[in-house]
Design a protein around this ligand. Sequence first.
Ligand SMILES: [Cu+2]
Length: 327
Amino acid sequence: MVAEDTVFAVLYDKFMFWSILVGIFTFGWMFLAMLRYRDGVVPDTTHIDHIEVGSFPVDRHHTTLEVFFYVLPTVIVAWLVVLALSSNTAVWVIPDEAEAHDMEIVGKQWFWEYKYLDSLTWEDDPSLTGIDVDWTGTALTVSSTPGLATNVSIVKGADTLDPVTVDQLTGDANAAVTFDPYKHAMVEVTDADGAVLHTWMHIPRDHVFSSALGEDMILPCDKAVVFEMHSQPSDDSNPNYIGVQHSFWLPEWGVKEDLVPGIEGGTYMTITADDPGTFPIRCAEYCGNQHSMMIGQVKIVAAEGTDCSVDTGVKKSGESPPAGGAY
Ligand SMILES: [Cu+2]
């Protein structure tokens, strides 16, 4: 499960830990008192003259214990505030622009536009598919386990290029096509039945995917992603209409942030994805008739040359999550 080590999932676990601890202590004490002072049990009067319902047993005044009653909960509440605030910091502090993958999110009635402020080149994990695509300069090369793949389809910008056949003896395919970093490009390696075995894609800077066209937002794993978010009218014929409030919600990471019309600089949110997969995008602010249709998907991929399951203390799918810091 991907969400188990996200900031708010970890925070939930920490609060649950302290709630259970406090619960065991207070309920334990309560049940002890219920048993000890129940009707029919003669109170131990060695240190006490009488117990009067509704009044503190002053005869058994214990200053240290009473101070402890106030100090301990105060310390626990202060500690919970520290835990909650540090989680907030992790979500709202925007990482360095140079280190992050920057996205601009535009909410319209009723769809999302995902604009790439940084380019992204990604491909399926060669160690899983047995296929590797390399496209730099003027050469596109595909190497694969022989007998696996048969065809390579290439899309460059608006053009679909002639497909290339994979050599069945070597598993290799070569094409003399020039890579253009300013054009969206996609290479799909298919088998004899036309099933896609491996995808390689380049998304250039300023490229826009739209949920209205059924397109997914594609993001790299193991890298902070910063969303700069704006609300805009889908039709700008009326200059007096600036749109409505939306809220970009990524349930998997437990984060959402409003898109507020009129805030020129936009609002910000950040996530770091650990594992590959496809997850939902929702609008969490009622924004008109087709609010419920304002849905999309985010696909988490490995940027070319990286692997979604290595280093940075980030777990692989199926492994137990990291400890998540101090309780
Ligand atoms: Cu909306």
